[in-house]
Design a binder for this molecule. Structure first.
Ligand code: MN
Length: 422
């Protein structure tokens, strides 16, 4: 057990030990329940704070927020108010939840404000305009390069000079809990070498984190690494579902397409950059030196532990991977600076995913492609069941949390069950 810091915050809300949703976190999300229409809330312990009721009861009246700003089906309008405002809202809620603050604790509306998380359905937190997926883990890029190209020259010549990425599909990004249908497509039959059509035989997950942009730019403008964090609202867990057999056949020469676009799952609570600030760690050394527009004055890397689990039907979940966001070679500021260096504009609610986050150890690889080395080695689950890729009926669960000096915050989970092809 770690010691609590002397300036520790305490809350009158009961927060279970090892909860991701402590007084230090207070992420934003969109929820509904049997009685309530979609609205914006924050999570603490096993509760949701209904921000729309707090607003109605006048707890934000000095902030002059637009009417009904929390009665929305996405966070976009709230995020668009800007970091100064969303930061104030989060700090106000934090203050109201402190042990010594009686304003909400003893308020007659407390029962309407504090709802049970279990009874809520979490919805997509943002309306995503554009989605980009990077490829920023050196270990992942090296592993894939070894398997698909040349073990001696696993990293392509550009890899250490720019954060490689591609434009993905936003329409098929779904919140945790929504099942994923096994995709069908064209693959190359390993025996005949001819193309065949059918359900993917190599369905995989990719363990990633994604950030949501909180500020737009004008076409032609660029964001520097120094300013990048002003444009990042927060993060979610991101499972970039991948059909390896479809991907391997289709990706030359223009990159990922149908092997990726059938689904990506995200965790529903957006953890703010402010909450993650204290978990910053030094970024990895970059050698060779990068071009000036990619250089960073400060660190933009975060110590966030990430885990992936497989739960076959009627079995319990087995952990198959433990990785860490701090392993990323390219950081989020570099990703955003590179993305906009050509003048490409970004909008509020764009999603930029990290790419698979693999570490150096074999149990830190963030995909089945790497864990099973493209199906060569079976991955043994706790029950003895073996997996090379993801089977129908399997549920894939990802978790992420940061812990330091007795302070813990986390993302909850992103979870999805795989259903047979249609
Ligand atoms: Mn990916």
């Amino acid at each position: 057990m770690s010691d609590s810091p002397s300036n520790a915050l305490t809350t009158w809300v009961e927060v279970p030990k090892n909860s991701d949703f402590t007084i230090y976190n207070l992420p934003f999300g969109v929820f509904k329940n049997k009685k309530l229409s979609p609205r914006i809330g924050t999570a603490i312990g096993d509760k949701i704070v209904d921000l729309s009721i707090l607003d109605q009861e006048g707890f934000f009246s000095d902030m002059f927020l637009p009417e009904g700003i929390f009665l929305k089906e996405s966070l976009n309008d709230l995020i668009e108010l800007g970091k100064v405002t969303t930061k104030k809202i989060r700090e106000r809620v934090q203050d109201l939840l402190l042990t010594e603050n009686e304003k909400l604790r003893d308020h007659s509306a407390r029962g309407k404000v504090m709802l049970n998380r279990k009874e809520a359905t979490m919805l997509m937190p943002v309306k995503i305009g554009d989605y980009t997926d990077f490829y920023s883990s050196m270990e992942h890029a090296t592993n894939v390069g070894k398997m698909f190209r040349d073990p001696e020259n696993a990293l392509l010549p550009n890899w250490k000079h720019l954060p490689v990425g591609y434009h993905g599909r936003a329409s098929s990004i779904i919140p945790s809990g929504v099942p994923v249908i096994r995709p069908k497509g064209q693959t190359k039959d390993p025996e005949s070498g001819s193309p065949v059509f059918g359900p993917s035989k190599k369905l995989d997950f990719e363990l990633e984190l994604a950030f949501i942009t909180g500020k737009s730019t004008k076409l032609g403008d660029s964001v520097s690494t120094a300013d990048a964090e002003d444009y990042i609202f927060g993060f979610v867990l991101f499972n970039d579902w991948s059909a390896r057999d479809i991907q391997a056949w289709e990706y030359v020469p223009l990159g990922p397409f149908l092997g990726k676009s059938f689904a990506s799952s995200i965790s529903p609570w957006v953890v703010t950059l402010e909450a993650l600030e204290q978990f910053k760690v030094e970024s990895p050394m970059q050698e060779p030196e990068v071009l000036d527009y990619l250089k960073c004055e400060k660190s933009h890397s975060f110590d966030i532990q990430l885990e992936a689990y497989i739960q076959p039907e009627d079995e319990k979940a087995s952990k198959v991977c433990t990785s860490n966001f701090k392993n990323m070679y390219w950081n989020v500021a570099q990703q955003l600076a590179h993305h906009t260096v050509n003048g490409c504009n970004i909008n509020v609610g764009d999603m930029m995913a990290s790419g698979t986050i693999s570490g150096q150890e074999p149990d830190s690889f963030g995909s089945m492609l790497e864990l099973s080395w493209n199906g060569k080695n079976a991955v043994k689950l706790e029950s003895g069941t073996e997996r090379k890729f993801i089977e129908d009926g399997d549920t894939v669960i990802m978790k992420g949390f940061a812990e330091k000096d007795g302070v813990r915050i986390g993302f909850g989970e992103v979870k999805a069950k795989v259903l047979p092809a249609k």
